[in-house]
Design a protein around this ligand. Sequence first.
Ligand code: HXC
Length: 506
Amino acid sequence: MNNSEFQSLSLAAENGGGQAAIQRQRNAGKKTARERIELLLDDDTFVETDKFVVHDCNVYGMDKKRYPGDGVVTGYGKIDGRIVYVYAFDFTVNGGSLGRANASKIVKLQKLALKNGAPIIALNDSGGARIQEGVNALSGYSEIFYQNVKASGVIPQISAILGPCAGGACYSPALTDFIFMVKDLSYMFVTGPDVVKAVTHEEISKSELGGSTTHTSVSGVAHFVGRDEEETLMMIRELISFIPSNNMEDSSMRDTHDTAKRECPKLDTLIPEDPNIPYDMKELIEEVVDEGYLFEVMAGFAKNIIVGFARIGGRTVGIVANQPLHLAGVLDIDASDKAARFIRFCDCFDIPVVTFEDVPGFLPGKDQEYGGIIRHGAKIMYAYAEATVPKITLITRKAYGGAYIVMSSKESGCDVNMAYPGAEIAVMGADGAVNILHRKAEGDERQHAVDDYKALFSNPLRAAEKGYIDEIILPRDTRNRILDALEMTQNKSEVNPPKKHGNMPL
Ligand code: HXC
């Protein structure tokens, strides 16, 4: 092959499934695989691997549908100067379907990413297993899933869904750390509307079944949604900026325009005196973190708990916070799953966890009990207790019962526990306690009992007297005390007892 033959082969590979197929891709409102990679990475940093791989399937006319690269563009490049590995399904080539040859390209990249300790990002747009390849396609998926599991907790794995993601194509994303979707463009389901209709007789549209709204607000399968492809890819770049490249690298530091030590006077009046009046926990978080910026994860799902990344003094932290604005910040099944998974990500990648707590308890009711709130709620306890990263908890108002325990209480292994002077730390609220202890009391007698209980427990002193919290702090000192705690714990070294792995409730 001479240079010009090589160049035309290379151009053919870059042309994917041909101009007509590219036009169909554009008509569907989608970018090509290469355009996506270009948008995602720093300029001129993409190095392509396995550009000339082809499949060897000859049935069902596949010998006439052989394109160099075989429908997945693989390689590596940089985001903000840091190496990442990336692969993008090319829908213009056989619908981005997965066969044995392009699966091997992906597996090779997964192994490179793992060996070299850098994040891997998958840009999905695929009809799933290549039907013409039969079990060879399934074998390809198995190997990709296996590598996903081996890499879990070693390098960050990120998936974007930029078109259809059907059948087997869903499971690799589900095994990765974060899933991004695009509004009105992407959908994920194990079986599509036609199969659903045949099996359950339900009529449902593609987007209702597996669109971005479904997965970011109902199922909790996806973590982020962008308005369009550009925004989604920029959100991936932003996520990368918060996290280390692998589990051995220190969590990310970045220069901040914020003053390290500063008071937050607004917090002195943010929390209403009446414990039944809600406030927005996001306002509190934004006062405390660098430049008032929280990169929220799963913002549309289980809004009664907030999780996300922020920086304090330039250092990445994971924020977990009850949200009194939704369901009074109660813990339910979805909130438990959301928080536990996020805490475990932070622990994998050495990111300290800062918890803001205002929680009236676990949500009571038949639906929750039948759904297994006991099993799901236990996940938060497990995740916090297992985590060996620095853990800092601030009780801003209510900390009742089991929810107090699981939200990173002192005895569950938290490093620094603080509370505001108005915090209430008790087995339950005063009304509930009086209903049980003074069942028959009415009128003034009942009111006295409530007042007595409040006097005893509606402050953090009982907990402070026993050392269950380390410090009572003024709200305006929140950022400074958390900064101190992060500095104090920055060389924390704690190791769990040797074991193959724990048996987390699932
Ligand atoms: C082979 C496929 C394909 C597939 C699409 N194509 N999916 N080829 N295997 N799985 C081809 C089409 O034949 C067509 O080829 C081209 O890709 C574009 O597809 P269209 O259907 O024209 O595109 P569109 O109308 O946009 O519809 C996209 C789609 C639909 C919704 C994804 O193609 C579809 O339903 N595909 C099948 C989805 C599916 O059931 N996959 C198998 C899942 S089972 P031509 O040559 O005409 O352009 C699975 C098992 C693994 O994945 C389980 C592991 C756990």
